[in-house]
Design a protein around this ligand. Structure first.
Ligand code: NAD
Length: 447
């Protein structure tokens, strides 16, 4: 099938590349010329396991191409996927202007039938607005034959860091579509991913749009609930890791996604929780639980700094001192630093007049892009070198390579034996026995 994908970010690029990988003819369109120039040369804007190879292979095979020409992408074929960003607007509601720009571009150039698929996460009602916009634009065009179209909601559930394997082996494919033609096209498009069992769940457009928010909010809620219980555990002297195992063994709860930590980040959970709360509010319903999920998370992101202050006896004692941050991305296996806990921490350290030496396996370029050259941030290429003469190590991301470090080496590099562990990677008992001041999440400190 001929597929056009608008937007070459995490979702657009992975979708385009994986659809090309199974044999569809895909053209990816983006307004960012530099991004498209690079992609044509095989230089990717994001780091995802396996993606580089798939992109290179399919450019080579002629299944995947890139353009900045929207009209060309609209002419390419019947399937038009919208995978542009839907960032939070100033009031927290989703900013839909990128989605509507693409809808306008499709309406301006479409000739025959088009299936217009919203893959971006959009508030309930957006696909209908896209349809209304296109109908109005086609009417205004005033051509003798008005082309027909369907708008389909097909939200994406890939996880950054495992995006390619999630796309190739999806748990489910949600399709919100009214008509038989639209459903048949989606069945054909996803057939290669649907062979071992039926993965497509058909529903109406509104339910599909809400399913995406419901999934992200359920996951964000699990994290905030665990973080809140971890805060209580610290006060009562309980060990949250034992509590986690204790509740995870109940199949109604399960072990997935109940790790306490430094708060969730990334481009999806924070904005989707906010956007649904905003939507509910605009319809006269105050979604108090959604507000609580966000408030708990925002507070959790400040706990690493709070522990540091407590150890050093006040923020004023951090001035001029250097601290090491291990892990900049909001989670392992991605270079994405959007709303990452590391940013809340580093920005608090800078406000207190402290310096940061940071190391991350893949997000250092991203940190440089965000913060530029600054005297109080040193990005260090080796995790142990990043410790040199620092007053404390703060672990923000649970990368595998931080799980079993050489503690002797760490001790020889750091000025003080202080670790603030935002991901509960180390054993409090062992850290205590080795003389470390060790603070983690929801477990008693060894100080
Ligand atoms: P992104 O910011 O990484 O990429 C968006 C891309 O769209 C950019 O390259 C931008 O230049 C391009 N763009 C903007 N306007 C355009 C236009 N008019 N025509 C063509 N391209 C245009 O975004 P993302 O992380 O890929 O997210 C896209 C959507 O998918 C969002 O709604 C997001 O919530 C949702 N989503 C994201 C993830 C994730 O893990 N990142 C997972 C599931 C769903």
């Amino acid at each position: 099938m001929k597929v056009s994908v608008f937007g070459t970010g995490y979702v657009g690029l992975v979708t385009g590349a994986c659809l090309a990988e199974v044999g569809h003819s895909v053209i990816c369109m983006d307004v960012d010329e530099a991004k498209i120039d690079n992609l044509r040369k095989g230089i990717l804007p994001i780091w995802e396991p396996g993606l580089q190879e798939i992109v290179e292979r399919n450019i080579e095979a002629g299944h995947l191409s890139f353009t900045t020409d929207a009209a060309k992408a609209v002419r390419h074929g019947a399937i038009q996927m919208i995978a542009v960003g839907t960032p939070p607007g100033e009031d927290g509601s989703a900013d839909l202007h990128y989605v509507f720009d693409v809808a306008d571009a499709i309406a301006a150039s479409m000739r025959g039938y088009r299936a217009i698929i919203t893959k971006s996460t959009v508030p309930v009602g957006t696909s209908n607005k896209v349809a209304e916009r296109i109908t109005a634009a086609l009417k205004a065009r005033g051509t003798s034959e008005t082309p027909s179209f369907d708008v389909i909601s097909n939200p994406e559930f890939l996880k950054e860091g495992a995006a390619v394997s999630d796309f190739l082996k999806p748990d489910r494919i949600i399709v919100g579509a009214a008509g038989a033609k639209a459903r048949a096209l989606m069945q054909e498009l996803y057939e290669p991913f649907n062979r071992s069992r039926e993965r497509i769940v058909f529903m109406d457009v509104e339910s599909a749009e809400l399913t995406k928010y419901a999934a992200n909010i359920m996951l964000a809620a699990k994290i905030s609930v665990m973080n809140e219980i971890a805060n209580v555990a610290e006060l009562v002297g309980a060990d949250i890791e034992d509590v986690r195992k204790g509740i995870g063994s109940d199949p109604r709860i399960g072990y997935h996604f109940i790790y306490p930590g430094a708060g969730y980040g990334g481009s999806c959970f924070p904005k989707d929780v906010r956007a649904l709360a905003k939507l509910a509010n605009s319809l006269g319903h105050r979604a108090e639980l959604l507000e609580a999920i966000e408030n708990v998370n925002n507070r959790q992101k400040t706990t690493l700094f709070a522990k540091l202050i407590r150890h050093f006896g006040g923020a004023e004692h951090l001035r001029g001192k250097t601290f090491t941050v291990w892990g900049l991305s909001f989670k392992p296996n991605t270079n994405d630093m959007r709303e990452a806990p590391s940013r809340t921490l580093m920005e608090a350290l800078w406000r207190a007049g402290a310096n940061v030496q940071a190391y991350d396996p893949v997000a250092m370029d991203e940190a440089h892009r965000i913060y530029g050259e600054r005297a109080d941030l040193k990005l260090v290429e080796d995790k142990y070198d990043a410790l040199n003469r620092a007053e404390a190590l703060i672990v923000c991301t649970e990368w595998q390579q931080f799980r079993a470090p050489d503690f002797q080496e760490m001790q020889s590099r750091l000025a003080r034996k202080v670790v603030i562990d935002g991901r509960n990677l180390y054993s409090p008992a062992r850290m205590k026995a080795d003389g470390w001041s060790y603070y983690s999440v929801g477990r008693t400190a060894s100080d």
